[in-house]
Write a protein that binds this ligand. Structure first.
Ligand SMILES: CC(=O)N[C@H]1[C@@H](OP(=O)(O)OP(=O)(O)OC[C@H]2O[C@@H](n3ccc(=O)[nH]c3=O)[C@H](O)[C@@H]2O)O[C@H](CO)[C@@H](O)[C@@H]1O[C@H](C)C(=O)N[C@@H](C)C(=O)N[C@H](CCC(=O)O)C(=O)O
Ligand SMILES: Nc1ncnc2c1ncn2[C@@H]1O[C@H](COP(=O)(O)OP(=O)(O)OP(=O)(O)O)[C@@H](O)[C@H]1O
Ligand SMILES: N[C@H](CCC[C@H](N)C(=O)O)C(=O)O
Ligand SMILES: [Mg+2]
Length: 495
């Protein structure tokens, strides 16, 4: 039998009450995953305090407990009856992040992170693609899992620290030297990535989302700002998109902790300055300047926002040590990210169907506006809003589509525990003229059917997702696949 690797609490940066020590055999954040001798982190949750589960963790053989005063109070009787080491700290999420980093003890040498409401997955993927094209062993981590030189699925955009550091250590063990990760606002607020060492961090934009979780917009901003004023050290380099309302504020946050800032945007004075975009049916030509020197590249990407994301990715690669000329040289090789303005199918009359992950008001108006210069006719949009998520964004999503599309079809997008008809009604409040078709496959079929020559369809909201979550059940569903099926059916290619 192989010996189980153990570490002491001290080796994990933890001090137990009364100076107790313990050899830890593993870490768990969920009592159901506790194994003999493992440390159970009983965290304050949004629904319940993890302290409630200390009793179960102890029954499963937990060797130590990490919690806060509240958790220790909840489990006072069980802890008195069980002689385990108990670490009580003010911020157990931060302590867990540190402990997970020390437990797994390895990460790719060069890491960057990106935050913002929209564009994180795109920037992380583009950064990884730049590195890969430069011959480096690189991955991106986030909504679409771990992708690149080493691959693994992930359930969260920013996984909790144990899952995150396990993935980073495995990637490093498999030779990965460079990693670009997404920092979601939930991940930042819950300090999931506080144990990661970052060379650079990026900011894309801040617009409405997740106000079900964050008390208000200021708290949402503060969560994102944590990437710069808490997670990354003062020797890290910030890469900030300056065109959005919050860019200047975020640059101020980075500078206030002594970080160098690479500014990206259209205005004069930015280090990476976009000043020309020309669109056609297969992509765009991007003219930009790096510290004043003009460059031009051809991008095989649809939508002007992709150029902004590419510039942030280029800034991150440069900040993390790559030569600017090398970085700019590989930009034409970048390919679009799955489910982000992805050309899913084309009708016989030439009308394209794009699948995109826009699920916020700003992403919808950005995606629709971005399509406009590529389309001569009408833009049809099939979309919906997710259940059990920010309800305030629904009417705004409806308005964004009413303002920027010519034909709107409101459908379902992961209603989860809610009544789908209620969600559609809230979306339709913003676009009363939209047609309502609950069944997403039928909505896509109708959208495709509406396409004449020169028109285009944007199927928004699910991007790369492969399921439709109704209640607790996930039904297989893939927008790209449904778009192809609809085109084949309507153009008579089904056998
Ligand atoms: C709202 C939220 O972020 N919740 C996360 C949070 O759970 P919580 O603290 O609210 O959990 P809780 O149910 O109150 O339980 C409290 C504690 O008891 C533990 N527990 C619970 C039950 C049990 O039997 N035993 C046990 O030990 C839980 O693991 C938890 O630590 O901490 C848990 C452990 O770290 C996470 O798994 C959980 O993510 C849930 C599943 C989730 O859906 N999160 C989403 C919203 C999320 O994080 N999304 C962002 C992306 C958003 C975006 O940008 O679009 C992401 O990064 O993926
Ligand atoms: N820079 C941008 N500005 C505005 N909208 C964008 C930008 N980049 C992408 N989008 C829109 O947002 C959608 C999601 O993009 P992406 O997956 O890269 O964002 P994300 O921040 O990772 O999202 P999530 O929070 O779900 O992880 C895209 O499909 C597009 O419609
Ligand atoms: N990470 C995002 C994804 C939303 C995607 C959309 N399809 C939805 O279900 O709302 C969230 O959980 O809010
Ligand atoms: Mg993402």
């Amino acid at each position: 039998m192989s010996e189980i690797a153990t570490k002491s609490l001290a080796e994990l940066g933890l001090t137990a009450q009364g100076g107790a020590e313990a050899r830890i055999t593993g870490l768990a954040v969920d009592s159901r995953e506790v194994t003999q001798g493992a440390l159970f982190a009983a965290l304050p949750g949004t629904r319940v305090h993890g302290g409630e589960f200390i009793q179960y963790a102890l029954r499963q053989g937990a060797g130590a407990i990490l919690t806060d005063a509240e958790g220790a109070r909840i489990a006072e009787a069980e802890l008195a009856a069980n002689p385990v080491a108990v670490v009580v700290v003010e911020d157990p999420r931060a302590a867990l992040a540190g402990a997970a980093a020390l437990w797994f003890a390895a990460q790719p040498e060069v890491m960057v992170a990106v935050t913002g409401t929209n564009g994180k997955t795109s920037v992380a993927s583009f950064t990884r693609q730049i590195w890969s094209n430069l011959g480096l062993a690189a991955v991106n981590l986030g909504t679409t899992g771990v992708e690149g030189a080493w691959e693994a699925p992930l359930r969260h955009t920013t996984p909790e620290p144990i899952t995150l550091h396990r993935a980073l250590a495995e990637a490093a063990a498999n030779g990965v030297t460079h990693a670009a990760m997404e920092a979601s606002s939930h991940g930042l607020a819950q300090k999931r990535l506080d144990g990661v060492r970052l060379a650079a961090a990026g900011f894309t934009n801040l617009t409405q989302d997740h106000l079900d979780y964050h008390a208000d917009f200021e708290e949402y901003f503060a969560a994102k700002a944590g990437l710069f004023n808490r997670v990354m050290g003062d020797d890290g380099i910030a890469v900030i998109q300056m065109d959005s309302a919050y860019g200047a504020r975020m640059a101020g946050v980075a500078e206030s902790v002594g970080q160098e800032v690479i500014r990206v945007g259209r205005g004069e004075g930015n280090h990476l300055r976009i000043f020309g975009l020309r669109f056609d049916s297969t992509g765009q030509d991007l003219r930009f300047a790096w510290n004043g020197a003009v460059q031009q590249v051809r991008l095989k990407l649809i939508g002007g926002f992709q150029s902004e994301n590419v510039m942030i990715a280029a800034g991150l690669a440069i900040a993390a040590g790559s030569d600017p000329a090398d970085v700019f040289g590989v930009l034409p090789q970048l390919v679009g990210v799955r489910g982000r303005m992805e050309l899913a199918a084309t009708r016989d009359n030439g009308a394209p169907v794009f699948v995109d992950y826009a699920h916020t008001p700003d992403a919808l108006s950005t995606a629709l506006k971005a399509l406009r210069p590529h389309v001569m006719g009408r833009i049809v949009c099939v979309f919906g809003a997710g259940g059990d998520r920010d309800t305030g964004k629904r009417i705004l999503m409806g308005q964004a589509v009413a303002e920027n599309a010519d034909v709107a079809i409101v459908t379902d997008d992961n209603p989860r525990s809610e009544d789908p008809a209620d969600i559609r009604a809230m979306v339709k409040a913003g676009c009363p003229e939209a047609t309502e078709v609950g069944d997403r496959a039928e909505a896509i079929l109708r959208g495709v059917d509406a396409l004449g020559p020169g028109d285009a369809l944007l199927v928004a909201g699910k991007g790369h997702e492969t399921g439709q979550t109704v209640g607790d059940v996930v039904y297989p569903f893939d927008d790209v696949e449904q778009a192809s099926v609809a085109v084949a059916a309507l153009d008579g290619h089904l056998t």
